[in-house]
Design a protein around this ligand. Structure first.
Ligand SMILES: [Zn+2]
Length: 418
């Protein structure tokens, strides 16, 4: 019979569940503190030294962890430091309407190589979409070949739009052409590998929890600003999915009516005022003869000091600030992470967002607002985090099926684990 322990919230965990949660806690701690000795792991996690030894031994046997260098102490036995085995990599794909970024990302979030593929024509026909997928497959093959003896754990794909986690179908994606086909099935077929696909903002939240600076943050919102706006929501340590996995579409909250027509069919949605497309539109209003077609071109002009380009970005930022203030009032996040190309102008954007949050706050504790680490690499790291969470962790700490016990502090689990 399986041994049971009662959790602090009244749930019941089998000793096997407890062992798996301890395994996840150790993997996370090794990641954060590597190279680290078993004695320090016991101290940092609160687990019994014997538990740490057994689980670390298993992780070494499975190949996730490497026994590394010998540490130095004033006297006594020299401890062995362990590290994550960075031979494990994932192929990360950030799929946009007009281009795809591909990268090989290791278990520590290092981007080892990357490539950008532009899609010509912007056609939404099935044939063109399939051709784009073939091009992605070709680029993926060459990245994998160049990666030599690395161990590929799978493919992670971050997309704009929502993904049904049961069927893997792209549910709602007004700004991208990928809904023409069964994207997940097509990618799995051409890449000959398991594929994890997720909304880009959700993926970025997972990346912040694994690779980033917010490992212990329980309440945060990622706002992904690209052709549209999508948000990923973490409340009380759990990813919020909502009915049909559709939670997070703040980009389509009505901000001003009448307003521009949105890809979703409504008018005046937040993203029609604060997305990259809105920034470009503001520039075209100021410079009707403009031939700019991409947000990158607008950014280059702005970075070069072009006053009209800067004004366009400022207007977009003002609307971005209005939207995040509403999200902050409704969800009470500790941190709001802005993901997107616009973060290249962070020293100009950040004060606008911060001052609006402070001005409209009704509590003294306003959320921190930060740019995602490494700008446009955030969505790639997000895609990599999807695969790592799937293959590395036995218990998903961020999504909880109904009726399952909540992950608890390690000291409460140690006795049941080994
Ligand atoms: Zn809309």
């Amino acid at each position: 019979m399986t041994k049971k322990t009662t959790g602090p919230r009244g749930g019941v965990a089998s000793s096997e569940t407890a062992r798996e949660i301890n395994r996840d806690i150790l993997l996370h701690t090794i990641h954060l503190h590597q190279p680290v000795s078993r004695a320090d792991l016991a101290r940092l996690t609160g687990l019994q030294p014997s538990t740490v030894s057994v689980i670390t031994g298993q992780l070494i046997e499975e190949g996730w962890v490497l026994p590394g260098t010998l540490g130095r102490l004033p006297r006594g036995r020299r401890p062995v430091f362990v590290t994550l085995n960075d031979k494990h990599v994932t192929l990360a794909i950030d799929l946009r309407p007009e281009h795809a970024n591909l990268a090989v990302v290791d278990i520590n979030g290092r981007i080892l190589s990357r490539e950008t593929l532009a899609f010509s024509g912007q056609s939404e026909s099935k044939a063109d979409t399939k051709k784009a997928i073939q091009n992605i497959a070709r680029a993926a093959r060459s990245l994998r070949t160049a990666a030599g003896d690395r161990i590929f754990q799978g493919v992670g794909v971050s997309v704009s739009g929502r993904v049904d986690q049961r069927t893997h179908r792209l549910l709602f994606s007004p700004n991208v052409p990928w809904t023409q086909i069964d994207l997940h099935a097509e990618l799995q077929k051409v890449l000959e590998s398991p594929v994890e696909m997720e909304n880009a903002a959700n993926a970025c939240l997972l990346a912040e929890r694994w690779f980033g600076n917010f490992v212990d943050t329980q309440n945060m919102v990622a706002v992904s600003v690209s052709e549209g706006i999508g948000t990923g929501l973490m409340v009380d340590g759990r990813l919020v999915r909502g009915r049909d996995d559709m939670a997070g579409e703040f980009g389509h909250m009505p901000l001003e009516e009448p307003g521009p027509i949105c890809g979703c069919g409504n008018v005046g949605c937040w993203e029609t005022f604060a997305s990259n497309r809105a920034g470009l539109r503001y520039y075209q209003e100021l410079v009707p003869e403009s031939t700019l077609t991409t947000f990158q071109e607008l950014l280059s002009l702005a970075k070069g000091g072009d006053v009209r380009a800067l004004r366009s970005i400022d207007k977009m930022t003002t609307y971005l600030a209005r939207g995040i203030t509403m999200i902050a009032a409704g969800l009470a996040p500790e941190v709001i992470i802005i993901v997107g190309d616009c973060t290249a102008l962070w020293p100009r954007i950040c004060p606008v967002l911060e001052s609006r949050l402070i001005a409209k706050s009704f509590t003294p504790r306003t959320p921190r607002v930060v740019a995602a680490m490494d700008g446009d690499a955030a969505r790639l790291r997000g895609a990599a985090a999807l695969v790592l969470h799937k293959v590395l962790f036995r218990q998903n700490r961020f999504e909880q099926p109904k009726g399952q016990v909540t992950a608890r502090p390690p000291d409460r689990l140690a006795a049941a684990a080994v």
